[in-house]
Design a protein around this ligand. Structure first.
Ligand code: FES
Length: 224
């Protein structure tokens, strides 16, 4: 048998594990239900709201075990398999419990050339975990990510589907980990370079003073 058949590229979560969310907590509040209904009203069919409803559920329960996916499917009146398909397609939906902060280090092409793997391995070593693992204190999960659309400020990482940290260096990672341990999440900075020079008054870098995103790119240790 071909190796890739024995070892699937994408590991799907178990389909019917024991529920982890206590039954008495497994429900949406009236406000959450109202919010979901508002989203549903914007789409031709209720399942159009599945991504937002899954997101809301993830924010509430911190991840999406099967019983939570079922709760979302029931709320939208759609088959479980359809909601499960959406939840398992996107890596941004967490199918298992993660750390308080999920650090997605991009190792796609631009970041890789600028030292993305150096940054990933440094973070793994610093936190004592491998990619995909969570630290024993439950604070950090380290993950390797595909392109996050901020190639212009490679190498970069993302904090729990939100803030981007650009132009990573080891010092920056040290400072970031210390800050997150004190629950100080850095402010979001621009994702990409300005695209429209006219809109930017003919100057692509008019916002350079307001962000540290476009600093000098560190040289990868592997390409030095
Ligand atoms: S390659 Fe890392 S953000 Fe695009």
């Amino acid at each position: 048998m071909a190796d890739f058949i024995k070892h699937p590229v994408v590991e799907l979560p178990e389909r019917k594990p024991e529920p982890v969310i206590p039954a008495d907590q497994l429900h949406f509040s009236e406000d959450e239900k109202k919010q979901i209904q508002t989203w549903i009203s914007r789409y031709p069919t209720a399942d159009g709201a599945v991504m937002r409803a899954l997101w809301l559920a993830q924010e509430k329960f911190s991840f999406l075990p099967p019983e939570v996916i079922q709760l979302v499917a029931d709320e939208l009146g759609m088959p479980y398999a359809k909601a499960y398909g959406v939840a398992t397609f996107y890596t941004q939906y967490f199918k298992e419990k993660k750390g308080k902060y999920v650090l997605d280090v991009c190792t796609c092409f631009s970041c890789q050339l600028c030292g993305g793997f150096d940054m990933l391995h440094y973070l793994e070593e610093k936190l004592g975990v491998h990619k995909g693992e969570t630290t024993a204190d439950g604070v950090f999960t380290v993950q390797e990510a595909e392109c996050l659309g901020a190639c212009g400020s490679a190498p970069m990482l993302q904090i729990t589907n939100g803030t981007y940290v650009h132009h990573l260096t080891k010092d920056k990672i040290d400072a970031l980990v210390d800050a997150l341990r004190e629950d100080k999440v850095p402010a979001f900075t621009s994702v990409t370079l300005p695209q429209d020079e006219d809109e930017m008054g003919g100057n692509r870098r008019t916002d350079v003073a307001a962000t540290e995103s476009y600093g000098v790119c560190p040289v990868s240790e592997t390409t030095r």
